[in-house]
Design a protein around this ligand. Structure first.
Ligand code: SF4
Length: 509
């Protein structure tokens, strides 16, 4: 589609707004035809602080225009006024053209609970915060209630935590085979899986380096998260060595949480989970995604529902205290009948964490190449599936504790983590709400440095350090990343981290 913006606003935000009405849209001026939708945004800022936005959408032979002016108010952060003005104008123009009301209104961000947290922290009570989300941001009442409920739980879980916490993320970007819907950079072929031993050796060096930096900064490690890919693709002996190294560097008995993402049931064995338990792991996931063999086959997950039940039994018997189960609403070929059967089946197992994702097709996924009609504005009955999971989880004693959204999800819906009280995955909250720095090692890992709250609007500054996505690039470049390269002026990871902490007055806190 063609997007023209006249005025000072983050173009990425405007693109994500457009995608509420044009799911899967690509932006650019190549391959333009008379049918290509066109959106024009004009923005005017006034000295009083108010902002006027006009939006014109031309699509499907129709034209729709809307105008919105937003005045400064105590309910809205000044930094959000322009976004809200454009969001409301886009919402009104899109609603007129499509007759569709997006469930999350004008909130396009990854973290809707953050907006709810801001409202609560500004002194709006729970009821008023819901009302503001509904009336000012146009969320449907169910989504407003969800965002406020998650914000409230997160605030309760994190309010007494000390300032000097951080977390560690360790990336194992290998999987036993590739699921058809996956866009994650994960190595699956036998040749590439043979890199694992070499990869782990580099990883140990990087981990030692990172823990040294964390110690230098005087931080306390709250959680360690081993993610992927599928970390349990490692053999029991590789896992034993990896967890042993972590145990040498980190006092795992002092952690709030120690997660080994297991994921694919076809990688889980009693031997591997016994190793994990012996090394102090406190949280794992066993992810069926659906309890329908036909859907599993369609999405190219090379395991069956029976494999999931077998893996779940092993997980229970392992004695690892917390088990998460991931499912996905809106999978191709799934429908409300199958999905409700999945939710009922998972709840019957009584895991203490359930995460309900909405299907998201990223551009590189094999499935998108096969089925370019996979996006739909309303998402068929996926909204009903998501609502069903929320209701069933609530009545089974789970509460939503973390929430995020992605681009290109079916029906523009969300991902929600549910937990029994006291079993919440704290890493998920720290990562999603950007409450402290996450130091990451391995291919595709992103270290996220988080400042203290800034005066004024009170946000935190975030800086990210990326490592190469592909394991072979990581193996090639890991030493340079770690040490830096004076010849090319490349800063080491340590120098980048120290610079951020120095510039944000976080040293010796
Ligand atoms: S298990 Fe997860 S990361 Fe691995 S290929 Fe499947 S979807 Fe992708």
């Amino acid at each position: 589609m063609i997007l023209r913006i006249n005025g000072d606003i983050n173009p990425y935000y405007v693109q994500t707004l457009c995608m509420v009405f044009f799911p899967g849209a690509k932006f650019g001026t190549t391959d333009v035809t008379p049918q290509t939708p066109r959106v024009t945004v004009n923005l005017r800022r006034y000295k009083s602080g108010s902002v006027k936005a006009t939006v014109e959408i031309k699509a499907f032979g129709k034209v729709s225009r809307a105008e919105e002016t937003v005045e400064p108010s105590q309910d809205i952060l000044n930094s959000r006024i322009a976004k809200i003005a454009v969001g409301r104008a886009m919402f009104a123009a899109g609603k007129e053209l499509f007759g569709h009301i997006p469930p999350w209104g004008i909130l396009t961000g990854v973290r809707p609970a953050k907006v709810a947290t801001e409202l609560i922290e500004k002194g709006n009570g729970i009821i008023r915060s819901k009302r503001i989300l509904r009336d000012e941001y146009f969320l449907n009442p169910q989504k407003a209630a969800l965002a406020v409920s998650v914000a409230n739980t997160e605030m309760a879980l994190t309010k007494k935590l000390p300032d000097n916490l951080c977390s560690i993320y360790i990336s194992i970007p290998f999987c036993p085979s590739r699921c058809a819907y996956c866009s994650f950079v994960s190595y699956t072929s036998a040749k590439l899986l043979s890199l694992i031993d070499e990869y782990l050796l580099k990883l140990y060096v990087d981990l030692e380096n990172m823990v040294g930096i964390i110690r230098e900064l005087g931080l306390r490690i709250a959680t360690v998260y081993i993610g992927g890919g599928t970390p349990t693709v490692l053999s029991a002996s590789q896992l034993d060595t990896l967890l042993g190294k972590i145990g040498e560097l980190v006092d795992v008995s002092d952690l709030m949480e120690y997660t080994l993402e297991s994921g694919r049931p076809d990688t889980i064995t009693a031997e591997k989970l016994a190793v994990a338990k012996a090394h102090g792991v406190t949280r794992i996931s066993v992810n069926p995604q659906t309890l329908s063999d036909a859907v599993l086959e369609r999405i190219g997950r090379k395991h069956t529902v029976a494999d999931f039940y077998r893996a779940y039994e092993i997980a229970r018997a392992s004695g690892i205290p917390h088990i998460n189960v991931d499912v996905i609403a809106g999978l191709p070929g799934d429908d409300f009948g199958e999905f409700s059967h999945t939710i009922d089946g998972i709840i019957a197992l009584n895991p203490d964490n359930i995460t309900v994702h909405t299907f998201c097709v990223k551009k590189s996924a094999d499935m998108l190449r096969e089925n370019s009609n996979i996006y739909s504005l309303t998402g068929g009955d996926v909204g009903k599936c998501v609502s069903y999971s929320q209701l069933k989880a609530k009545f089974a004693g789970y509460r939503p504790y973390y929430l995020y959204r992605q681009k290109n999800t079916v029906g523009n819906l969300e991902n929600v983590g549910y937990a029994k009280e006291g079993a919440e995955g704290m890493y998920n909250i720290f990562m999603m709400e950007e409450l402290h720095s996450i130091f990451s090692v391995g291919a595709g890992a992103v270290t996220k440095l988080v400042s203290k709250r800034q005066p004024g609007d009170g946000g935190r500054l975030i800086s990210r350090i990326f490592t190469p996505k592909y394991p072979y690039e990581y193996l090639r470049d890991a030493d340079v990343l770690r040490e830096g390269d004076p010849a090319t002026g490349k800063q080491s990871i340590r120098d980048k981290i120290m610079q951020f902490y120095r510039e944000n007055h976080l040293l010796n806190q």
